[in-house]
Ligand binder design. Structure first.
Ligand SMILES: Cc1cc2nc3c(=O)[nH]c(=O)nc-3n(C[C@H](O)[C@H](O)[C@H](O)COP(=O)(O)OP(=O)(O)OC[C@H]3O[C@@H](n4cnc5c(N)ncnc54)[C@H](O)[C@@H]3O)c2cc1C
Length: 442
């Protein structure tokens, strides 16, 4: 096919597939590269986790329209599905629609994106040159596809942050083997035998850590010998509680409240502020060295679960002209909207093609990866991003700039103390063009 009509999408997760639906609606032709055996590979990895966002925020509008035209019955908008249910009931049927399936390559690992015949240093003729997608097929053969534009929606799931507070692995981390898990292990299902009756240290203070802690406490009810130790970098519980009852996503608010209540009841041992400095293998588990409230402390555990966040992998984009914020590793106009140093409430104003632009014209990072290291991404945000990008690529510049997403408020600003990021407070470190306040309200 004429590369002028092809748009590459890297990743068939919720945002990559929504991008495909939007491009098709605009008369463009997506070609989607997914490294996994099928669509939604990353979502399936955390398939046992029940999300805090109901179906109404999980189905992209264009994707929903395409599915309904093909006889799909939408799930109950108020229900909270698991990752596996999102994949089974929404993303797989979407990827099977002929208009999407004909452009979808699975077990297709993108290894690099370049401009055809043009190096990074060359400016002349750059914008006219098509992009060349370098990828490996299921037989590990090198393949190349020419396209007009690229949407990188490859997520961050496969690049968890290490345990070390300085951003690099602590000594012993890389030798910890299967006694150290990243993300949210399925302790109530497939991985139950590994955790039942064990002493487990969970490291991290975000939603993943709360999910892991609460699952382990459920396991403890069934297998009383199970012990949970929770290490947090910050001392107080306010950041765990988040918006609590003020959160417009009640399940998100309840997650924080349940985790804080478990601490207050003494259901687990809390170490805070704590930072891990080294791991070493023992006969049956791991010895964890760390700094606890300024003093060195060691503990013996059977397993460690690291929920220390994720970061974008930009290695395959090395030959493109990217502009990334030095703090967030997100596009510089988006970064101040999501930087927790500036904007701690996590409620992100709508944004689109203008905030996502890079010096490399025709190239966009969307979805979870567009947030760089920020943990606050919601699928609905990504759906609005790709609606705007698809409009831009179709030449509808006006629609591309009419961003109108209203996300459920985290409630942190209404619940938090005066001086929280939405209260009258010192001016933020930097102000994006077009974003009025950290809550985006104006
Ligand atoms: C445990 C958990 C719970 C969450 N709960 C919610 C929630 O309640 N509500 C909400 O709105 N959001 C939630 N999120 C956040 C976010 O919406 C999801 O992570 C979502 O899956 C992000 O979608 P994505 O399409 O950007 O990336 P992903 O779903 O990560 O998809 C990226 C895809 O790209 C593929 N890929 C990666 N690299 C390559 C490559 N080089 N070549 C080809 N393919 C590649 C991957 O295999 C993957 O399938 C949650 C996230 C996690 C981890």
């Amino acid at each position: 096919m004429d590369p002028e009509r092809l748009i590459a999408i890297i990743g068939a997760g919720p945002v990559g597939l929504a991008a495909a639906a939007r491009l098709i609606e605009r008369g463009l032709h997506p070609v989607i590269f997914e490294q996994g055996p099928g669509p939604a590979a990353a979502v399936r990895d955390w398939g046992h986790v029940r999300v805090f966002t109901p179906w109404r925020y999980l189905v992209d509008e264009a994707a929903g329209r395409m599915l309904r035209r093909n006889g799909w019955t939408p799930p109950d908008p108020d229900e909270l599905p698991t990752g596996a249910e999102i994949a089974d009931q929404y993303l797989e049927p979407l990827a099977r629609l002929p208009a999407i399936a004909r452009g979808l390559h699975t077990r297709a690992l993108v290894t690099a994106v370049t401009r055809k015949g043009i190096g990074k240093l060359q400016t002349s003729g750059r914008e006219q040159a098509p992009f060349l997608i370098h990828w490996q097929d299921r037989e590990w053969q090198d393949r190349h596809t020419l396209v007009r534009a690229v949407i990188d929606a490859s997520g961050t799931w496969y690049q968890p942050a290490p345990l070390g507070v300085m951003g690099i692995p602590v000594p012993g981390e890389e030798d910890a083997g299967e006694r150290l898990a990243y993300g949210i292990p399925d302790v109530l299902g497939a991985e139950r035998a590994r955790y039942a009756g064990r002493r487990v240290l969970v490291v991290g203070g975000g939603h993943s850590a709360m999910n892991a802690v609460l699952d382990l406490l459920r396991l403890r009810e069934a297998v009383p010998g199970t012990e949970v130790v929770w290490a947090l970098r910050r001392a107080g519980l306010e950041h765990v509680v988040g918006g609590g009852r003020h959160d417009e996503l009640p399940a998100r608010g309840e997650l924080g409240l349940a985790a804080a209540q478990a601490v207050e009841r003494g259901d687990l041992q809390r170490l805070a502020p704590f930072s891990v400095t080294a791991l070493s293998r023992t006969e049956h588990g791991l010895r964890v060295d760390g700094v606890h409230a300024g003093r060195h402390e060691s503990l013996e555990v059977d397993r460690v679960v690291a929920c220390t966040g994720f970061r974008p992998n930009t290695a395959m984009l090395r030959e493109l002209r990217l502009e990334l914020d030095p703090v967030m590793e997100a596009p510089p106009r988006l970064a101040p909207l999501i930087d927790p140093n500036v904007h701690s409430c996590g409620t992100v104003p709508p944004h689109g093609v203008d905030e996502l632009r890079h010096p490399e014209s025709g190239f966009y990072i969307a979805g979870m990866k567009s947030y760089g290291r920020a943990p606050t991404f919601l699928m609905a945000t990504g759906y609005e991003q790709v609606r705007s990008i698809a409009a831009e690529l179709a030449g509808d510049h006006e629609a591309a700039r009419e961003v109108h997403l209203q996300l459920p408020d985290t409630g942190v600003c209404s619940a938090g103390p005066a001086g929280s990021c939405c209260a009258p407070a010192p001016a933020p470190r930097r102000t994006p063009s077009g974003a009025a306040s950290c809550c985006g309200g104006g």
